[in-house]
Design a protein around this ligand. Structure first.
Ligand code: B1M
Length: 224
């Protein structure tokens, strides 16, 4: 298959929630390869993992978000798209994780309480790990107590918070406040689609990155 058409098909598979060849959903793609097979094939044919992300997977999720905003699809379809995206990401993981030995420090990451979106958070975790950090991924819907307990158990760790909802940005503010109150010297990075630099400053976080790459670059200053 031509490289461009693999990316197009991969994007479509994610957008339509086609996880793998065996999955019955969506009916119109029955028997067709899904995100799993297409991502694997794209990598095997030499496409760069970052191109898969920026040219197929992330734009596909943006189209999903757009269709959801327009009431053309609903939560179950969004969920299937996320499942397909994760099936593709499994094939990218080894490429982002390879590289440095994990010696630069510990990076604690989680999606803030009330928020279940984890794809962006997982990408950040994957790439920071590839940048040589040990990762403690606390998952989604994480409260301030869990962050603070984990920081106490891992002195010197840097913390990353992700939020995808305007409603959970408020929770992020609360979590940053509680982290700084309990561990004032802990560096906190924040990210997620609805955030910006001003919000980061307002809530007293140390750094805002719109993407995983920015987080990796910022963390280089802490390198031992
Ligand atoms: Co939801 N959702 N969702 N959703 N969802 C959004 C975020 C939304 C924008 C869709 C829309 O309306 N257009 C909208 C939010 C509106 C708002 O608040 N302004 C929305 C909504 C409304 C909801 C629900 C409330 C829907 C409902 O139930 N009525 C509900 C909330 C559930 C909850 O969290 N409590 C909900 C549920 C879900 C699913 C569970 C179905 C599913 C998530 C599944 C999962 O993650 N496992 C889902 C999905 C898939 C989306 C969209 C379509 C895609 C999100 C995604 O994965 N993007 C999303 C629309 C969109 O984003 N276009 C949407 C791809 C990912 C790579 O990007 O996560 O932005 P992103 O991460 C980026 C950057 O933001 C950054 O790096 C990543 C890579 O570039 N980044 C960081 C993220 N974290 C970072 C941390 C850093 C640094 C960078 O440092 C620490």
């Amino acid at each position: 298959m031509h490289m461009d058409s693999i990316l197009v098909k991969l994007g479509e598979a994610v957008e339509l929630g086609k996880v793998d060849q065996g999955s019955p959903y969506p009916p119109q793609l029955k028997g067709q390869p899904g995100a799993d097979e297409l991502a694997k094939q794209a990598i095997e044919e030499g496409l760069k993992p970052t191109d898969l992300l920026t040219e197929a997977l992330v734009p596909a999720m943006d189209r999903v978000g757009q269709k959801f905003s327009e009431n053309k699809i609903f939560v179950p379809q969004m969920l299937m798209a996320a499942k397909a995206m994760k099936a593709a990401m499994i094939h990218l993981k080894p490429y982002f994780q390879s590289g440095d030995v994990k010696t630069k420090g510990t990076f604690i990451i989680g999606t803030v309480k009330g928020d279940l979106h984890d794809i962006g958070k997982n990408l950040v975790a994957m790439m920071v790990e590839g940048g040589g950090w040990s990762i403690i991924d606390l998952g989604v819907d994480v409260n301030e107590d869990t962050f603070n307990r984990t920081i106490a158990e891992n002195p010197g760790a840097v913390v990353g918070l992700s939020a995808l909802l305007t409603t959970t940005m408020a929770n992020m503010e609360e979590i940053v406040r509680e982290i700084k109150a309990a561990h004032s010297d802990t560096t906190v990075l924040v990210g997620g689609a609805p955030l910006n630099e001003d919000f980061c400053k307002k809530i007293g976080a140390d750094f805002y990155s719109p993407n995983p790459r920015g987080a990796v670059e910022y963390l280089k200053q802490f390198a031992a």
